[in-house]
Design a protein around this ligand. Structure first.
Ligand code: PAF
Length: 296
């Protein structure tokens, strides 16, 4: 198949490399003005990719959008003039809240959302380390997207495990819960994910999990505080030596995905009149950090 990967960050690069290794044609669509990219997994030889070629974009059988939530709108605007109406578009990012505007923009395009727990770390502009294996779950959010379950097999062949979800919102909420727990804490304290399994974080994690579970239940997701906590601890263990994406954003003084993660949770909590003081405190702490960056 012909894939266009939108975004050449840690996750986009991981998918680009593995899809190309699996025999697919991969083209990158990125902010950089290059017409070719070189990428490698730390342990493997470099691979070369064409980039930013409108003809290759138009010829794609599938578009995998791996930019951050707050970059999705701009990315879709740049893609739209070149795409055929029947090209499946998959949005894969941390956080929630982009679906509605993507549906409005893409109309009848097959639109899918995906969430991945594959852990990937950018070591340099061009090299990544695959630091943890985790499941990728995808599902359609409009009628034509819901008919694209064949893509699960394709993605699973390149980077397993992948699973199809008839109710992708449920999987997105489960991942959002994990990101609400891991990302702000590892960002604020500048620690690896595995540190969160230590006793000093236990009270805070319990408190976060109980607020998150209340909001999820109000949103119609069947869960409880203990399930949220245990899932988070198991991801923190599986990615123990990984620095979360928000940890890296804070470290490099970049804008984080806090609005699409904790911000989205708080937005839903407010709608249901649920108090989320612990999540609000983390949200404000990350926002304060972002405001302190000294940008030129
Ligand atoms: O954002 C991240 O870094 C990842 O989603 C996760 C699962 C927290 C692992 O680091």
């Amino acid at each position: 198949m012909h894939f266009t990967l939108v975004g050449a960050g840690a996750v986009g690069t991981l998918w680009g490399l593995t899809l190309q290794e699996a025999g697919h044609h991969v083209h990158f669509w990125t902010r950089a003005e290059q017409t070719s990219l070189t990428r490698s997994l730390e342990s493997q030889a470099e691979q070369h990719f064409p980039a930013n070629n409108p003809a290759l974009l138009a010829d794609s059988d599938c578009i995998l959008v791996c930019v951050k939530a707050f970059q999705v709108d701009t990315a879709l605007n740049s893609l739209l003039p070149h795409l055929h109406q029947d090209t499946p578009v998959i949005l894969m990012h941390n956080g929630m809240g982009t679906a509605q505007s993507a549906l409005e923009k893409l109309g009848t395009f097959p639109l899918l959302l995906a969430t991945t727990s594959q852990a990937s770390l950018l070591l340099s502009e061009t090299t990544i380390r695959h630091t943890g294996i985790g499941e990728t779950r995808l599902g359609g959010i409009n009628p034509s997207g819901k008919r694209c379950d064949f893509l699960t097999e394709v993605l699973n062949h390149a980077l397993p495990p992948c699973a199809w979800e008839n109710k992708i919102e449920q999987a997105l909420w489960q991942k959002l819960a994990i990101n609400c727990m891991i990302n702000p804490l590892t960002g604020i304290f500048q620690i690896q994910n595995g540190e969160l399994t230590k006793p000093e974080y236990s009270d805070q994690l319990h408190q976060l999990a109980s607020e998150i579970a209340l909001v999820m239940r109000a949103e119609g997701i069947d869960t409880d505080s203990d399930t949220v906590l245990q899932r988070t601890l198991s991801v923190a263990n599986a990615t123990a030596t990984n620095y979360s994406s928000m940890n890296r954003d804070v470290f490099f003084k970049r804008a984080s995905e806090i609005d699409a993660i904790t911000g989205y949770l708080i937005h839903c909590a407010n709608r249901h009149r649920i108090a989320t003081p612990e999540n609000q405190a983390l949200y404000l702490a990350i926002k304060n950090l972002e405001q302190s960056y000294d940008h030129p």
